[in-house]
Design a protein. Structure first.
Length: 159
């Protein structure tokens, strides 16, 4: 495999790992704080980090799409095209969930919620969509991990 392709595919693995890591943090460390959040403290915990994450992951998503397309084209005849297809489908679905459901909730959170009841409803919905996106991020990571596993297995199977 040419070095440039290995670098491309490694960048894809880095990006999917970054998404998976963010998802692990979100699901296992941030979302359990939800019962402690109220209208006096939710902005510190959520609003600025959401803004930073949105800007950062916009670039990560672009990198995932570019590197996945390169992997798809270069692996089309190798039998290893499926990991890139799975990644592209996963990133497409997760991005759709983000734009259709998360962004409106993010905007409401940033605008300022004045009722604890409304905040609880928004946070519950936000958490549900976050868990769903986490599943797609995990699938993307496993797809790229499978690609590298397959290469390693193939290189060792005749020894």
């Amino acid at each position: 495999m040419p070095r440039a392709l290995l670098i491309n595919h490694s960048i894809l693995f880095l990006c999917t790992s970054t998404y998976l890591g963010a998802g692990v943090f979100l699901v296992f460390f941030l979302l359990p704080l939800e019962p402690q959040l109220d209208i006096s403290n939710y902005k510190v915990v959520l609003v600025d980090p959401i803004d930073y994450a949105t800007r950062f992951f916009t670039w990560v998503t672009i990198l995932i799409v570019i590197t996945s397309l390169i992997m798809l084209v270069t692996e089309w005849v190798s039998g290893l095209k499926w990991p890139s297809i799975v990644v592209l489908l996963g990133v497409g679905i997760a991005t759709t969930i983000t734009h259709q459901f998360h962004f409106p909730l993010n905007e409401e959170l940033a605008a300022g919620i004045t009722s604890n009841d409304r905040l609880a409803d928004v946070l519950d919905e936000w958490a549900d969509y976050s868990r769903l996106r986490f599943l797609f991020w995990a699938v993307q990571w496993f797809a790229v991990m499978y690609y590298f596993y397959s290469l390693a297995y193939r290189s060792r199977e005749d020894q």
